[in-house]
Design a protein around this ligand. Sequence first.
Ligand code: ADP
Ligand code: 5GP
Length: 215
Amino acid sequence: MNPFPLILSAPSGAGKTTIARELLRARPDVGYSVSCTTRAPRDGEEEGRDYYFLKREEFLERRTQNHFAESADVHGNLYGTLRSEVERVLKSGRHVVMDIDVQGATQFRRSFPDSVFVFVLPPSADVLLQRLRRRGTENRGELAARMISALHELRAVPQYEYVVVNDHLESAVARVSAVIDAEFVRRERVSSLEKDVEALVSSLERELETDLPKE
Ligand code: ADP
Ligand code: 5GP
């Protein structure tokens, strides 16, 4: 069985970071790919845990060197997923969860076609605004920019394979967790399936020839 990338996208404030964090706490078979960003750290955010905070020039340099599996300009800041981060988690045998905006998700699909794409929806526009205001990390202008982006992002829902409404956190996390479990046993992902089924068929045929009484 092969571990795979799981991409969570959503309008800002819908709760994808919170869901990713809860999944990591709950599931030892899941790891997180720490992204790079040029935005300033928020209170409580840590270098190397929440993001790698880079200067714009450093980011552009890494992008030129093809370090990113995808990158995008989101609300005026650059964000990118390091190929090395994704590989690090996959090589450790864990699924890699990441929080990527809609533009980045489209690029990421080209680099890692076996990824699973989940769109997280807020239960309503009111709740989305309320959560963003309560989080208190954006000023009025930044909030408006996030609402405008949300309108574009919602149009991309048909490109995603799964949709999870983040009403109650616990249920939303359980639903994303169920997606991981279902994808894990998807036939195409079972690495030695053909060989295993062939071996079963051969054994059964041998049993039939030797053990069963002839009619
Ligand atoms: P995103 O990463 O999508 O921008 P966050 O994970 O930062 O969103 O969530 C936005 C805010 O909403 C945070 O303050 C978070 O604690 C809160 N939140 C997330 N999910 C829920 C939920 N199911 N119920 C109530 N509050 C939530
Ligand atoms: P925030 O600044 O609130 O942490 O994230 C803002 C937006 O950037 C969110 O939509 C989030 O999904 C997106 N984002 C975070 N990391 C990445 C990344 O590595 N690549 C891309 N393309 N978007 C990202």
